[in-house]
Ligand binder design. Structure first.
Ligand SMILES: [Zn+2]
Length: 232
């Protein structure tokens, strides 16, 4: 990917939902139990530049019991419940080096049902330490570009694999493929059991690429999947 495409990807990531208000919230995948993760419309970089106030990213209602966070004439029901740190692993751009970034996230507590809701930058996925874009990139490299597993790992993971760990392959990618196969990641259709891991990864990458509202690389599934994974 050349510098021009790299610039287009960056632009697309920053502006790919210009029609939305900046803090529009997207509910993260299927969430059960008392912990809910909600992706905000802004990326890690925006959060770092200007950390949102509790008011700016407060969800409009509790995602578990539906209570309005600020009922008309009533008391606030979704209270700010502190700030936490989260890792965001993986490259910040499709051709960038693997990084380990740390972002702050905001938590809220519902006074009605006691559920905790965490609002994060758009790259953060529930229960995953790698960014949504990094996982999409790994799936595209593995399934579409058909890179060797060790090469995919070198492009995505901030850690250098050595010894037995390296020989065993890359457990993170295997987990993502299983999750995609079972329809538990990115809301991609579950894959037939007869499909190979690379076929499962390829379809997921192409599905994500098609979701990119702004496609930086016309024919570049890798770049488009990176952007598409950040859609709500
Ligand atoms: Zn609630």
């Amino acid at each position: 990917m050349g510098a021009a495409l790299e610039e287009k990807v960056t632009q697309a990531v920053r502006q790919h939902d210009p029609g939305r208000a900046p803090w529009v919230l997207h509910l993260e995948e299927a969430t059960r139990g008392r912990r809910v993760v909600i992706r905000s419309g802004r990326d890690v970089k925006s959060w770092a530049e200007k950390f949102p106030t509790p008011e700016e990213v407060r969800p409009s209602s509790c995602q578990r019991c539906g209570a309005a966070s600020r009922p008309l004439g009533g008391l606030l029901q979704l209270h700010g419940h502190g700030v936490r740190s989260r890792q965001v692993r993986g490259p910040a751009t499709p051709t960038g080096p693997p990084e380990l970034r740390v972002t702050s996230v905001r938590r809220y507590l519902c006074t009605r049902c006691r559920a905790t809701q965490t609002v994060t930058p758009r790259e953060v996925l529930a229960k995953r330490l790698f960014s949504a874009a990094a996982i999409a990139l790994a799936l595209a490299f593995f399934g579409v570009t058909e890179m060797a597993l060790s090469e995919v790992r070198a492009r995505i993971s901030p850690w250098v694999a050595v010894g037995a760990t390296a020989a065993a392959g890359w457990v993170s990618l295997r987990r993502w493929v299983v999750a995609v196969r079972e329809g538990r990641l990115f809301a991609v259709r579950a894959a037939p059991t007869t499909w190979t891991a690379r076929q499962v990864a390829a379809r997921a990458a192409m599905t994500l690429a098609a979701r990119a509202p702004v496609r930086p690389g016309t024919d570049d599934v890798v770049a488009n999947a990176f952007v598409g994974a950040l859609s709500g």
